[in-house]
Design a protein around this ligand. Structure first.
Ligand code: SF4
Length: 297
């Protein structure tokens, strides 16, 4: 069996920044082994449950509602928050640390700007995703969220249309939706806000899947970009999406062949390493070799 790895996998710049910000806040008295300063994130800081648990052990706690806290430090997650919540936080006795990824921030500002210039904003993305909920609020809650090309037919507006995207959308889906919009709408302003790090990883995952007999995609089950990588890979070859080493099954590796490994932008290196070690372990595989000139964690 031969292992091949994506050149870029694991934390992107936005997630690294959010983690560094969270870790830079002193939360503990290490001598007394106690948490001294309460630090919170509204929703998980990033979409990786194992990393969120690790942060919790360092004193960074994810809460689900603002009324759970009165004081302390609150970190805005990398995928942003709705404007109404940001306004509420402003009025509270909280110290705010904004870990919104700069690429998400750009998409938020474009949504606001398009709305203010009289456009009906169309967001290409997953309705329930926190980033899309935040973008929707920046378009004054008057946007259309489009998940598939078919959804374009549901848009009802006489206004000119401005299009933006969830930063982790698949480039292919975005292009298909834009193509459909171009047929229907005359006045169209398009901002492709898919972040480069996402598209690069998607491109690499596709290339890797084309060479592999089996793909292991590592990352949170709640991570939009990891799910995207998994969906890309499974269209091409046999693929599995795993969060932790325990999920790997020896039967997946019973046939000799090429195993490709990639990971989402919110997957920490320590999880990638633990999964790669398990793939290489004799219980799972025999005779595993690694391809030269690849990024082997
Ligand atoms: S995937 Fe892109 S937009 Fe999302 S946090 Fe990472 S760098 Fe930012």
């Amino acid at each position: 069996m031969r292992l091949i790895f994506a050149k870029k996998m694991g934390f992107c710049s936005g997630v690294s920044r959010a983690i560094s910000l969270a870790q830079s806040i002193p939360t503990r008295d290490n001598k007394k082994r106690t948490v001294t300063t309460p630090v919170y994130t509204l929703g998980p800081l990033i979409h990786n449950p194992q990393e969120v648990e690790r942060l919790e052990r360092l004193g960074v706690k994810a809460i689900s509602r603002l009324n759970q806290i009165k004081t302390g430090t609150l970190i805005v997650p990398s995928h942003g928050l709705p404007q109404s919540i940001l306004k509420k936080i402003d009025k509270m006795q909280l110290k705010l640390i904004d870990a919104t990824c700069p690429f998400v921030k750009r998409a938020q500002l474009l949504a606001k700007n398009l709305y203010e210039r009289g456009y009906h904003v169309v967001i290409v993305g997953q309705k329930s995703h926190p980033e899309v909920i935040s973008l929707f609020s920046f378009a004054n809650g008057e946007a259309s969220v489009v998940e598939t090309p078919q959804d374009v037919e549901k848009i009802k507006t006489n206004k000119k249309i401005g299009v933006i995207s969830q930063t982790t959308q698949s480039a292919e889906n975005f292009q298909k939706i834009v193509k459909r919009l171009k047929i229907k709408i005359k006045k169209l302003k398009i901002h492709n806000t898919i972040c480069k790090e996402t598209s690069q990883r998607q491109k690499e995952a596709k290339g890797l899947a084309e060479k592999a007999d089996l793909m292991v995609v590592i990352g949170g089950k709640n991570s939009a970009n990891t799910n995207r990588l998994y969906n890309i890979c499974k269209k091409i070859t046999r693929a599995y999406h795993v969060e932790s080493p325990e999920e790997l099954r020896p039967s997946w590796f019973s046939k000799r062949g090429v195993v490709g490994i990639t990971a989402g932008t919110s997957t920490p290196e320590w999880i990638i390493k633990s999964i790669v070690n398990r793939v290489r372990s004799p219980h799972l595989t025999r005779d595993s070799k690694c391809q030269k000139n690849t990024n082997i964690p």
